[in-house]
Design a protein around this ligand. Structure first.
Ligand code: SAM
Length: 161
């Protein structure tokens, strides 16, 4: 099996990634709707932030035949957001990965589906200060993300795969 340094980008999807995508797909729309509705009820700006600390290339070959592709997690989430977004709703996507080749593959894919002009960012290291509220700070390998928002997120939150 190729190591992360030698594998081609995109690579053939691993089974655990495919299972994770099924789980993500099964709850992400509900998660977005419930949280946006809650913010709207509380008369807060309907503004969510999705952080993917192990973002991957955004697409994978579905089988070793390499003749069809499936979406990676940031793309999957972006497409769901596009379907559900209306009015003042916003979803930021902050995606990072320690592998620059992966980031370079993902960035244009994510930009290409950003039809609602949302704040979607991809990098090996991202720092985005926002004026007030709580903060999230995560470190994964050499990747570091610092984010301030009006949402209540524990400041010691760490990214996980
Ligand atoms: C399974 S892949 C991508 C998963 C992706 N979230 C998805 O579901 O499509 C895991 C990624 O984590 C990246 N990675 C590995 N160690 C990392 C670290 N310490 N910090 C950030 N990214 C890391 C790898 O480069 C790889 O692209």
């Amino acid at each position: 099996m190729p190591t992360s340094a030698t594998r081609t980008i995109p690579w053939v999807i691993e089974q655990q990634t495919a299972v994770k995508h099924q789980l993500l797909r099964s709850y992400i729309a509900t998660w977005m709707n419930i949280l946006w509705q809650q913010q709207e009820r509380l008369r807060q700006p309907p503004h969510l932030i999705y952080v993917d600390g192990f973002a991957g290339p955004g697409e994978y070959w579905s089988t070793e035949k390499r003749d069809s592709k499936v979406d990676g997690s940031p793309i999957l989430v972006g497409k769901v957001a596009n379907e559900l977004m209306r009015g003042q709703r916003k979803l930021d996507i902050i995606a990072f990965d320690t592998d620059k080749r992966t980031v370079d593959h993902l960035a244009p894919l994510l930009a290409g589906i950003n039809t609602k002009q949302q704040a979607w960012e991809v990098g090996t290291r991202i720092s985005r200060p926002v004026p007030r509220g709580s903060s999230i700070s995560s470190q994964a390998g050499s990747g570091t993300i610092t984010l301030r928002s009006s949402l209540s997120i524990p400041s010691d939150t760490r990214t996980s795969r």
